[in-house]
Design a protein around this ligand. Structure first.
Ligand code: SF4
Length: 442
């Protein structure tokens, strides 16, 4: 199925756009690392010193204790306050039962914490779910399998979360697809026996999807874009995705910057690179379609999608605790002996983005257009009906201006394709030549 994921450590997922499906398509079931030797570092002494200093610095950051208690789960309350909590398949940004799935509620239930090896800001909080089994929670899972399908009981949400991990489903796409399915059933387009807030029904449907069982299971295993196209009847209007990847847990009815981030993310609608929503809200949310938002999206994409991804490092120390960026070149040099300035590391992000864009354009060929970077229709055409932002919606014209500002800043043409000059500047001439076999470059 399309949103199969790769699981490690029982609940940590190499989660999004179907990495497990790629493995499955090659009959690859698992990857096991076995050995007892330490990898060699270029300067082990320096690396140890840096590690000690970094641990100390992180533990002294003002938000450290709160983070250790809640991890990403504090985001539920923050999103609820700011009307960005995905609710009923992204129809609304507030959920009447948000208290029941909040970080504070979770704090009272935690049985242990779990994280990546050697991390001193571990973020996984494990609770006992409604079936008495341990389940590791995080904001995205809880929002998508909670408010987005109308469930306000954290222990029930935890069951769905754990079942997704056991079945190897991406929790974000799973919650998004369940929301789509329930709405499709509500509108008489899909024959399933699941309603909002029904965790038993949702659980059954998740299993049907994972095993591609029955008409609904087979259809929904394709993800919301394709399921909607096959269903017809206007289902594409409430399929919440960009480029076929189901949106992660931020409602963007009044967050054009975050919508741009989803629109231009290199893997489809995901927040992994440009999580600009907190900056956007704190810096005057109603100054809507200003070019500074495009600048901020690019700045974050360079840091998170370029430097952090290439270094294979966690983004939380920087984004959550303000761990300074100039640590990263120092760690790189001690670990590998490669000396690069922060600026050089950030330029990697521009190369990564141009390269992935070239890949998309090559795969879509003549079908490619800037519309591929547009947000889901619902955010533009169906205003919020509740909460402090009642009536709010994105304006496509404004979004299009923002998108153009983004392209201009990146050196991409009006179709969203890097120009010949941009490819040259980034040292990607041979990739540009390859791309010219499929589209004309400007
Ligand atoms: S490395 Fe990052 S994702 Fe892993 S436990 Fe630490 S903060 Fe969480």
């Amino acid at each position: 199925m399309r949103f199969a994921t790769v699981i490690s450590q029982r609940g940590r997922a190499g989660g999004r756009p179907g990495m497990g499906a790629v493995m499955g398509s090659k009959n690859l079931k698992a990857v096991v690392f076995k050995g007892d030797e330490e990898p060699e570092a270029a300067d082990p002494q320096k690396l140890r010193e840096l590690g000690r200093e970094a641990y100390r610095e992180i533990a002294e950051k003002p938000n450290y204790d709160f983070w250790r208690r809640q991890g990403t789960m504090a985001t539920i309350e923050w999103c609820q306050e700011n009307s960005t909590l995905p609710t009923y398949n992204f129809r609304e940004g507030v959920f009447d039962e948000a208290d029941g799935i909040s970080g504070s509620t979770m704090e009272r239930m935690v049985v242990k914490q779990r994280g990546c090896p050697n991390c001193n800001m571990i973020c996984g909080n494990v609770i006992e779910d409604a079936e008495g089994v341990e389940s590791e929670l995080d904001y995205e899972n809880v929002a998508m399998l909670g408010s987005n399908i109308g469930i306000g009981d954290l222990k029930k949400v935890a069951v769905l979360n754990r079942v997704c991990d056991e079945l190897g489903l991406d929790t974000i796409s799973a919650g998004n697809t369940l929301g789509f399915a329930i709405e499709a059933a509500e509108k008489g387009l899909l024959d399933i026996d699941v309603t909002w807030g029904d965790h038993e029904g949702a659980r059954r449907l998740l299993e049907d999807i994972a095993y591609r069982r029955g008409d609904a299971g087979r259809l929904l295993s394709l993800g919301v874009r394709e399921a909607a196209e096959r269903l017809g009847g206007g289902a594409s209007d409430f399929a919440i995705h960009v480029k076929g990847l189901e949106c992660s847990a931020y409602d963007c009815h009044l967050c054009p910057g975050m919508a741009l981030s989803f629109g231009t993310s290199p893997i489809g609608a995901h927040h992994k690179d440009a999580w600009v929503i907190s900056w956007e809200i704190s810096s005057g949310r109603r100054a809507e379609y200003i070019p500074e938002k495009a600048d901020k999206v690019i700045e974050f994409q360079r840091i998170r999608g370029g430097m952090f991804e290439c270094l294979v490092t966690c983004r939380f120390p920087w984004i959550e605790l303000g761990f300074e960026l100039d640590w990263y070149p120092r760690f790189l040099e001690a670990a590998t002996g490669v000396s690069m300035s922060l600026d050089e590391l950030l330029t990697l992000g521009d190369r990564v983005y141009a390269l992935i864009r070239a890949f998309w354009v090559r795969e879509y060929g003549g079908e490619w257009s800037r519309r591929m970077d547009y947000p889901p229709r619902r955010w533009c055409e169906e205003p919020l009906t509740k909460g402090p932002l009642k009536g709010a919606h994105l304006e496509l014209e404004g979004y299009d201006r923002l998108l153009q500002a983004y392209y201009d800043k990146r050196g991409w043409d009006e179709r969203g394709i890097p120009t010949r000059e941009t490819f040259r500047r980034l040292g990607l001439e041979s990739e540009a030549r390859e791309l010219e076999r499929f589209v004309e470059l400007h």
